[in-house]
Design a protein around this ligand. Structure first.
Ligand SMILES: [Mn+2]
Length: 404
């Protein structure tokens, strides 16, 4: 067969393929100019609560916190080896002070893995909580002062951040309504939106101030990559919907390249207070820490602390989705978080963006573990009648003066 004819046959054979490909790529599949794929988040064919297991065959029990394991020390994982509570009735019957809720969502961050945050904290080293011994700096043992429980994980749709938000908000509201302090272990920072909104549902809109530890701005407006909810937007949502006043919002640890000047202007227009690493480098940590504590005391009656682990330098917290060099140290943030939780009427706390999948040195999980306990210690100090967040146990500071 002559060469030219063979090429013609090949070309002829390609024609139907071309026709098929051409049809597949017509814009009829979706509107390229719009770019959105609508989703009905209220679709009744999907019910997040259906993730709850069937408890109808469980042995009957009186309401209250309970230990599911056989041993005191191990067997079934819970946050800080605390007892479990599953319902508001458990919290009320146990007169629970603090309920720690896992929220394993990471649809709001580009790098997946923060959904494993709650699990990694539950299985973190038991020695990190001292087995109930007093905190060396303060002499206060939070486990002896507070009744705290692991409230399990919130149902999450791991394919939809939009569907997950109302459920998390309902769980947080449910805890706060009993008078207990919800501590939410994320999960990515999109959680701040349902967490703070859930607390504000109970304590009232504009009645809660927020201290937000973060390397990043997290106040991106609507239309961030076409989305309304992500780990870059929780602050914008809270301000736009009126849950929190800008003048009651305090940012700590901003650095890197975000926000640009427009973002700083937005914060000023909304009367935010912010303490960037620029200010901390110029004035030193002690001075800035004093300002933050004074501003927190000057706010509304109730305080919420949002702690993004990436406010720490990547040397101490590599295990996070968006690390940012030049951050704070554990020795800087531990005393501040402890003092905030001592001196204020804390109504909620969250630890977010902990991603154990990129934490090869285990440093991030360790620091996250201790950080939550610094807040628990602060709450316990307040309940023990200590009002000064900077209080230190004189026994553990050897000033050279012998005891009488
Ligand atoms: Mn954040």
């Amino acid at each position: 067969m002559p060469k030219i004819n063979r090429s013609l046959i090949v070309l002829a054979a390609l024609i139907p393929i071309w026709v098929v490909i051409g049809q597949d790529f017509t814009p009829s599949v979706f509107d390229r100019n719009d770019g959105s794929i609508p989703m009905n988040t209220q679709d009744p064919s999907f019910d997040l609560w259906s993730q709850l297991r069937d408890a109808s065959n469980d042995p009957g029990r009186e309401p209250g916190p309970f230990y599911p394991g056989r041993l005191n020390s191990a067997g079934v994982l819970s946050f800080f080896k605390l007892p479990i509570a599953l319902t508001p009735e458990d919290l009320e019957a146990g007169e629970v002070d603090v309920a720690i809720l896992g929220a394993p969502i990471d649809m709001g961050v580009g790098m997946r893995g923060a959904g494993n945050g709650p699990k990694s904290l539950r299985e973190s080293l038991g020695v990190l909580d001292g087995g109930g011994l007093p905190h060396m700096h303060t002499g206060v043992a939070w486990k002896q002062v507070l009744t705290a429980v692991d409230y399990g994980d919130s149902p999450i749709d791991r394919f939809s951040i939009e569907r997950s938000m109302p459920i998390v908000r309902e769980m947080v509201r449910e805890i706060a309504a009993t008078g207990a302090i919800p501590i939410v272990i994320g999960g990515d920072h999109s959680l701040e939106y349902p967490d703070v909104a859930g607390v504000a549902d109970v304590y009232g809109k504009e009645n809660v101030g927020v201290i937000h530890f973060d390397a990043h701005y997290d106040a991106a407006s609507d239309g961030y990559s076409g989305h309304l909810i992500s780990h870059a937007q929780p602050i914008y949502r809270l301000i736009e919907e009126g849950h929190v006043l800008g003048s009651n919002y305090i940012q700590v640890g901003l650095r890197g390249y975000w926000p640009g000047e427009e973002g700083f202007r937005w914060m000023r227009e909304n009367r935010f207070r912010y303490h960037t690493m620029v200010e901390i480098e110029r004035d030193g940590w002690d001075a800035v820490m004093e300002r933050i504590l004074a501003e927190a005391n000057d706010g509304p009656e109730y305080l919420y602390v949002s702690f993004d682990i990436d406010v720490l330098d990547p040397a101490y917290a590599a295990g996070t989705g968006t690390p940012e060099p030049g951050g704070l140290t554990p020795r800087e943030v531990f005393p501040l978080v402890r003092a905030l939780c001592t001196e204020n009427n804390l109504v909620g706390f969250e630890l977010v963006e902990l991603n154990p999948l990129v934490d090869p040195g285990y440093t991030t999980v360790m620091n996250a573990n201790r950080l939550v306990q610094e807040c628990l210690t602060g709450i316990a100090m307040r309940r023990s009648g200590i009002s000064d967040g900077g209080y230190l146990n004189p026994l553990t500071v050897d000033d050279g003066i012998p005891d009488p």
